[in-house]
Design a protein around this ligand. Structure first.
Ligand SMILES: NC(=O)c1ccc[n+]([C@@H]2O[C@H](COP(=O)([O-])OP(=O)(O)OC[C@H]3O[C@@H](n4cnc5c(N)ncnc54)[C@H](O)[C@@H]3O)[C@@H](O)[C@H]2O)c1
Length: 252
């Protein structure tokens, strides 16, 4: 445990498992009070309980971050229970691998809403609180999918993640006068339930072998990078994207 984020309130979306869980636990271990937000209530509650048991401060909020009213209610509840929001990690997202010719409009909107619109809605909902509280740092989960093309996902996923990079740059510029930083990270393949569900063992092994580092990222490695980007040490960094991929794009 450190005091790095003492007195700060963080919202982490999609924090019931995978990367989001790791980020929530890392920020809490560094002193933040964390709203563990997920559309699935039970995993969010389990993560919040684990943080509390480890001596941290957390609440669980069940919220579908594609629903504007639910997102506003999530922000209000966080402020009421924990205080003004200083940090937002837009991590919630879904992966679909359908080929472009077979994607129907419903699936297109599902993937774009979950990965891109959700980040806009959450940023918009917490911005007034960041201004009131005098500190704002947002980190968005983009992907190597958005920097190049997706290895595991379809064109909707690639498009949404490219959109996250545009959202990041634009909000960074628009909210710079408020000293709210907005950055993105673009991971390669990370060892999470999302990735494990996307291919059989043989398929995953082929993907692993294609990575120059010959391994997937550990969610804790992403949490460490995100913790830096939302910390006091990174206050002059905004509108940036940091790739974290074990060498993938270098050979793309
Ligand atoms: N795992 C990877 O290799 C990888 C690579 C690059 C980017 N990413 C991105 O990182 C983020 C986290 O990925 P992960 O691998 O941990 O995924 P995951 O599927 O393991 O976990 C995602 C979590 O988000 C939640 N969630 C999904 N849609 C939601 C919604 N509408 N409202 C609230 N919660 C919602 C899920 O319930 C789940 O708990 C995603 O945005 C993903 O696109 C992942």
């Amino acid at each position: 445990m450190t005091e790095r984020f003492a007195g700060r309130v963080a919202v982490v979306t999609g924090a019931g498992r995978g990367i989001g869980r790791s980020v929530a636990e890392r920020l809490a271990a560094d002193g933040a009070a964390v709203a563990v937000v997920d559309r699935d209530a039970a995993p969010a509650e389990e993560v919040a309980a684990a943080i509390t048991a480890a001596g941290g401060r957390a609440i669980a909020i069940a919220c579908d971050v594609t629903d504007p009213a639910a997102v506003r209610a999530m922000a209000e509840r966080t402020i009421a229970q924990l205080g003004e929001i200083a940090i937002l990690v837009n991590n919630a997202g879904i992966l679909r691998s359908t080929k472009a010719a077979e994607i129907d409009p419903a699936e297109w909107h599902l993937v774009v809403d979950a990965n891109l619109t959700s980040a806009f809605l959450c940023a918009q909902a917490v911005q007034p609180s960041m201004i009131r509280g005098g500190y704002g740092a947002i980190c968005n989960l983009a992907s190597m999918a958005g920097r190049a093309t997706s290895t595991l996902g379809g064109v909707h996923y690639t498009t949404a993640k490219a959109g996250v990079l545009g959202l990041t740059r634009h909000l960074a510029r628009e909210w710079a006068p408020h000293r709210i930083t907005v950055n993105a990270i673009s991971p390669g393949i990370v060892d999470t339930p999302m990735v494990r569900a996307s291919r059989d063992a043989e398929g995953l092994e082929a993907v692993r072998r294609s990575i120059p580092f010959q391994r997937f990222a550990d969610p804790a490695e992403l949490a460490a990078l995100i913790a830096f980007l939302v910390s006091d040490e990174a206050r002059y960094i905004t509108g940036a994207n940091v790739d974290i991929h074990g060498g993938e794009l270098i050979i793309a």
